[in-house]
Design a binder for this molecule. Sequence first.
Ligand SMILES: [Cu+2]
Length: 316
Amino acid sequence: MNAPLRLGVFVGGLALVFGVATAAGNAVGPVHEGPAPAGTMGHGASGDTEPGHQASGDTGMAPAASADGGHEATAGGGHAAPTVGGLAVADGELRLVVEDTVRPAGEQAELRFRVLGADQQPVTTFDPEQGGVALHLIVVGRDLSGFQHLHPEMAADGTWSTPLTLPGAGAYRAYADVTVDGRPHTLGTDLFAPGNFTPEPLPAPSTEAVVDGYEVTLDSPSPAAGQELDLRFSVTRDGVAVGDLEPYLGARGHLVGLRQGDLAYLHLHPTDDPAGDPGEIAFAGTFPSAGAYRLFLQFAHEGTVRTVALTVEVPR
Ligand SMILES: [Cu+2]
């Protein structure tokens, strides 16, 4: 166990002791391979749609968090306000601009977009975030089908591009997850593929799903809105725990949670514990309200990234 991790665990313990529940998930894990998004605390002044990011800097958690390299100190305020993102095309001074939002159904086509700053010029400097990646692009149907997680490349002029295939006709949501000047943003926009579209019903709530012979089980206490939850997934194959999961984006897994109805994007943080069950992938996060959520878990094994999805119903 390396020193930052030990500190992280220690800080996480303190957070729990003091009841600063929302800080724990951020403080615990060695989430970032790249530089931590330090300095977040100074940026909470304006336009942030994520209340948790404004809450920083007003509690005693700040010094403890900075001992962890200033690691995601944003949630150090410990206020219960959960963070959602992706509902707006602009956040703070950043704005997402996609060149072609109308796209061919079922055909690969290059997606090109820019993130503009306050001066309406493309931003070209991004902080590496989870797994040392500067920008995570999530694309999903507005019916929550067809999840994709892509890592576009940025040209020197700040234009991002990636091949993208929208699997069929319909309306889609695209999210760009970035950190700029130490401050995380999830910008969202709609994409459209013309044609006849029949929405898929949301799969029923379940704590189990299977992908490519891997059985994934969500083992967590009954979910309640507004409380930080420990979301633990166990991965087995033929009934045997998969103990040699490979690192994916600097952790044992990556989790995206989207709310049915508005596709709000939840911020979920890996809380890997190397001493924990090797076939287990743990996250911390807060469901902002009652309702149905679709969780998309990705993990790597035998050189392949697998994606499994589960519906969680939050009763209240
Ligand atoms: Cu990513």
